[in-house]
Design a protein around this ligand. Structure first.
Ligand SMILES: [Mn+2]
Length: 316
């Protein structure tokens, strides 16, 4: 049912005027994949653009900017990258909800909304699959390699999360043979924190709650705290990895307030718990070790709903 990367590349070569979509609240994987795929298609002589993403932060905006479609671009073929579900479409992509020709993804919770899908749920990042597609397209250079390295390094926490495999390292090694400044990417995304980010981490850690004999850590990030600190969305990027740093914790939960007043839940789990199964109870999903969902009500109600779901899955 799933397309191979080679078949995916074939479909791309048979079409033109291609638009690439990224997911809501874009991360390095979706942005790196969209930019890399667009660059690769242009190298093969195609007219290709990435759709502007209204949620993009300064952490990733400059990677996508050279590829963003002009307002008057009318696509003939639409591709989605790293997008598991229709709920992940950004607001400005609503017209493509039922019009995606191809999806490439690595989420086990993939909903198969596209006409055809290339899914590798064992890949640590969608960037690993897009790497194979670029190889099948016969194109690679320093720019594409930089973008795919961004995708893979950010989805693996710079190669330390449990999703990292020997394939992840092999592909990263092959990318590093191309000409780009790998250290600059690592320094920017993994070894640098803004002043606001440092203060934000201190504040959410001060408010950390522990449950289940210290196995569950909950961090809450209301917009009022963001405003108090003067933190932007860019300062809160990947804050969900923070809770699991505490010794003894194998279920880290970050409850972050959205501008809509709802709560975005990010769950990071060890082998004992499947994060995607837990989040799917509330319409979310993702990977076994990292998943998310959105809940209404107060932060306390969202937390209690999540703790109940965790307990249910742990006992089930
Ligand atoms: Mn991803």
């Amino acid at each position: 049912m799933s397309l191979t990367p080679a078949a995916f590349a074939e479909r791309l070569l048979q079409n033109d005027n291609i638009l690439v979509l990224t997911h809501r609240r874009p991360d390095g994987d979706t942005v790196g994949c969209a930019a890399a795929l667009t660059a690769a298609l242009r190298k093969r002589g195609k007219t290709a653009y990435a759709l502007e993403n209204p949620d993009i932060t300064s952490v990733y905006a400059d990677y996508l900017a050279p590829y963003v479609a002009p307002a008057d671009f009318t696509p003939a073929f639409v591709v989605a990258v790293d997008m598991a579900a229709r709920s992940m479409f950004p607001k400005n992509a609503a017209q493509y909800l039922d019009a995606v020709d191809l999806t490439v993804d690595h989420h086990g919770s993939q909903e198969f909304y596209a006409k055809e899908t290339c899914l590798d749920a064992d890949a640590a990042a969608c960037g690993e699959v897009v790497y194979e597609i670029c190889r099948a397209l016969g194109v690679m250079d320093g720019e594409i390699a930089k973008l795919l390295y961004l995708a893979i390094s950010t989805d693996t926490g710079c190669f330390v999360y449990s999703n990292t495999t020997s394939d992840t390292h092999r592909i990263a090694g092959e990318l590093m043979r191309e000409e780009f400044d790998c250290f600059a990417i690592n320094k920017r995304h993994f070894r640098t924190k803004s002043h606001a980010r440092m203060r934000l981490e201190a504040a959410v850690i001060a408010g950390m709650e522990l449950y289940d004999n210290g196995r569950i850590a909950v961090l809450t990030l209301p917009l009022s705290l963001m405003a108090e600190i003067g933190a932007t969305e860019a300062d809160a990027d990947d804050i969900s990895s923070l809770a699991n740093l505490l010794e003894g914790v194998d279920c880290g939960m970050v409850i972050k307030e959205l501008p809509s007043g709802e709560w975005k839940i990010s769950l990071r789990t060890g082998a004992r718990l499947n994060a995607s199964t837990i989040c799917s109870k509330y319409g979310g999903g993702g990977h076994a070790a990292a998943a998310g969902c959105t809940l209404g009500g107060t932060a306390v109600e969202a937390r209690d709903a999540m703790l109940a779901a965790v307990a249910e899955v742990a006992n089930g």
